[in-house]
Design a binder for this molecule. Structure first.
Ligand code: NAP
Length: 288
């Protein structure tokens, strides 16, 4: 059991982490630091954190572990703020959805001013904020860690926390993570954000009826497309290179599909759909 852990940004992911750490009795005191008074108050009220702070200062030295749970574009800067007070025994981790985000200065400070073990719990919802947090959000899901060196003690500390709250751990290179996520998460979100706009640009008389008939697949896209705009703008820009590559592949396949339809290629279309159905079956079987 740790004496103190700090969670910077106790919103959806940060407060869910706080709840899970507390319900598994992994820490005596959890400090929440956030610029959002609402999230700080909500996280405190639901007992995801024990102390509320608005700024990072010398008091952070008391925490053995600091989890940064803010949008991806803010993480590197926050680590630099922490480094003004931290010592090399302290472990910093994050939950950001892109992992190749650290500047050279931060990488140089690693192991001198702190030990950095970046992470990404593959769990979440389209909602944000501590108010939507769930203590079991991470149960039976995967957490990817992308350690920057082989500091066994720090890697063990972070993996043990996630394991104790029910996650399975996978360790990989940051670039490998970003490439995989560009396909399994970032592209699907990009498509959802686009398709909803495409529908409303359709030249049809009864636009309102579009909503009435949106019960099928379209509604699923609007759910994904309702995810937080700030968080997703950050993700698309921070994972620009891999996302561009994945998008090119997708556009190539979409063009091929269009060609099959234009040229009435029944077998090609049927086999493509059949293959997708089989992939879906194997995903369900793995209980992801
Ligand atoms: P969230 O609910 O919006 O919580 C983020 C919190 O961080 C907000 O209270 C926000 O305040 C605060 N914040 C932003 N910038 C800050 C700063 N510079 N200093 C202190 N606090 C700051 O977001 P979330 O959905 O939990 O996502 C947090 C992180 O988890 C992101 O990096 C995201 O990529 C990652 N992630 C998300 C999911 C998901 O499904 N949501 C899944 C896995 C990983 P304001 O509201 O004032 O901006």
């Amino acid at each position: 059991m740790f004496n103190e852990i700090t969670i910077i940004g106790p919103g959806l992911i940060g407060a869910s982490l706080g709840l899970a750490i507390k319900s598994n009795k992994l820490c005596k005191t959890i400090v929440g630091i956030d610029r959002s008074v609402k999230n700080l108050e909500d996280a405190f009220r639901i007992n995801a954190i024990d102390k509320r702070r608005k700024i990072i200062d010398g008091r952070i030295q008391k925490s053995s572990i600091i989890f940064i749970c803010t949008p991806v574009s803010t993480i590197d800067k926050i680590i630099n703020e922490i480094s003004l007070y931290s010592n090399k025994e302290q472990v910093i981790s994050d939950v950001g959805s892109v992992k190749n985000i650290f500047k050279k200065k931060t990488l140089n400070l690693n192991e001198v001013k702190f030990s950095l073990v970046p992470g990404h719990p593959i769990a979440g919802t389209e909602h944000s904020g501590a108010i939507n947090s769930q203590r079991n959000l991470f149960r039976d899901k995967w957490c990817i860690l992308t350690p920057l060196n082989r500091n066994k003690r720090s890697i063990k500390m972070i993996s043990e926390i996630w394991k104790n709250i029910g996650m399975k751990i996978s360790i990989m290179q940051p670039s490998e993570h970003d490439k995989i996520m560009s396909m399994t998460s970032h592209l699907p979100h990009l498509i959802a954000f686009t398709i909803v706009g495409t529908a409303f640009n359709l030249n049809i008389k009864k636009k309102n009826e579009l909503i009435n008939f949106a019960a099928g697949g379209f509604k699923d896209f609007t759910r994904i497309g309702s995810s937080d705009p700030k968080m997703w703008t950050d993700i698309f820009l921070e994972n620009k290179n891999f996302l561009k590559e994945t998008l090119e592949l997708f556009l190539r396949d979409i063009k091929k599909f269009k060609y099959f339809i234009e040229t009435n290629q029944y077998d090609e279309i049927f086999n493509l759909l059949k293959r997708t159905k089989e992939i879906r079956k194997s995903i369900i079987k793995k209980k992801i």
